[in-house]
Design a protein around this ligand. Sequence first.
Ligand code: NZQ
Ligand code: ZN
Length: 420
Amino acid sequence: MNYCGFYDIHVLIYKTGGVPIKILLNNNLTKESFMNNFEFKNPTKIIFGKDTIANLSKEIPANAKILLVYGSGSIKSNGVYDQVMKAVSGFEVIEYGGIPSNPEYTILLKALQVIKSQKITFLLAVGGGSVIDGTKFLSAAALYEEETPWNLLTSGKPILKGLPFATVLTLPATGSEMNSGFVLTRKETKEKLAAGGPALYPLFSILDPQVVSSIPQKQIANGLADAYTHVLEQYMTYPNDSLLQDRFAESILQTLVEVAPAILKDPSDYQAASNFMWSCTMALNGLIGQGVPQDWAVHMMGHELTALFGIDHACTLAIIAPSHYRYNLDTKKEKLAQYAERIWGVTAGTTEEKAKAGIDKTEDFFHSIGIKTRLSEYTPDYSGAAQIISKRFTARGWLGLGEHRKVAPADVANIVEMSY
Ligand code: NZQ
Ligand code: ZN
C-alpha cells in the first residue's frame, strides 16, 4: 500500500535496501517500464482560502480536549494564535509551545507527558513542517504501548494507530499537512529519521495563504526548494509511460518557478501565496507519486547533513541534488532531458547534453532564490562528512538507494564528496 508517496519511500524501501529488483538488466531498462499498479487513499480534508482558520470550531470533534502544539512563537506575533484561540474558544485547550525546527525527540517526550497526564483527546498543530511532524509523532507515541517511542522511527513498521489530530499550516514547504509521514531529530545521537503510516494523516488541514505574509524570505526560499525537490524525487528517475503523472509533476515545478520571484518580492501577494501554498501541498500528498518509480536518495543524504551540521532541510537538498543527478546521469538522463525541455525550454543538443543543462538550470534556480548549493558554503567542518554518512548507511543496512536500489554506500560517499 502506498500511503502517501512518502511513508513507504522513507521507511519501507530503505529497509529493503540492497534487495535487487527487476528494473535493470545489464544497466538497460527492460520492457517492464510501465505505470505500476497502485492503491491511493488520502483522507485529509483540506480547507483552503482566506479567513478559513475560523472554521476550526466546526471541524474539531465535539467535547475534544485539545493540546495546541506550536513552535517558537511566530504565531503569537503574526495574529495566527489569536485567530486559532478565538476559533477554539468553545473547547478545553492546553497549549504546548517550543517545538523547534527539526523537531527534537527529547522536547516532544515532555509534550507526551502532558498528553498523558492531562488526558488529551485531540492534537492541533499550528505551524510549519516541524510542528506538524512533531504532532504526528505525539499522535503515534500517545497510543504506543512499548516503552521507547524512538522505536517508532527505527522499527520500520507502519504506524497504524494514533490520537486524532489536525493542522493549521503556517509555512508552505513540506506537504506534511496532507501526508502521513514525519521526520524527527535526536540531538544526543545526531540522528534524523523518518516514519509514518496510515494512522498519521491529519483529520483536516487549514490552509490560509494569508499566513505567508509574515514568513521570512529565507523560509520562503526553503519552502520553494523543498517542494521543488519533492517533485524531483518522484519524477527524476526513468520513463515509465506515466504521462499524466509526469505532467502533474511538471506543472508543479512550472508553478513554483513562476511564483518564486513574486512571492519572494512580496509575501503578502495573495495570488502568489495561494499558488505557492497549494503547489507545496500537491508536491507531497501522494498524488504525483502514484504508479511511478521514486528516488528519495537526495532526502536520505540531506537528512544526514541536517543531523550532522544543523543545516536547514531545504538547503541540504539543494546541496545534494545537483551532485546526485550528475553522478547518476546515466540512469536518469532521459527524464533529466525531458525536464530540461519542458521546464526550462532546452531544446538543443543530445539527450545527455540536455540532461546536463537541466541539472545546471536546477542549480541556477536554487541560486536565484538565494540558496547556496555547496556544503562548504554552510560549514567549515565538511571534510569527512562523506565517509561518516556512507558508514551510517552501511550500519543501517541502507545498501541500495534510489529508484533502482543501486546507490550503494560507496556511491553515497562519492555524491556527498562531489557536493563539498
Ligand atoms: O517555530 P515557529 O514559530 O513556528 O517559526 C518557524 C520556524 O522558525 C517559522 N515560521 C513558520 N511559519 C511562519 C514562520 N515565521 C513567520 N511566519 C510564519 N507564518 O519558520 C521556521 C521554520 O519552520 P519549520 O516548521 O521548521 O520549517 P519547515 O516547514 O520547512 O519544516 C521542516 C521540517 O519538516 C521536515 C524536515 O525534515 C524538517 O524537520 N520534513 C517533513 C516532511 C513531511 N512530513 O512530509 C517532508 C520533508 O521532506 C521534510 O523532511
Ligand atoms: Zn523535503
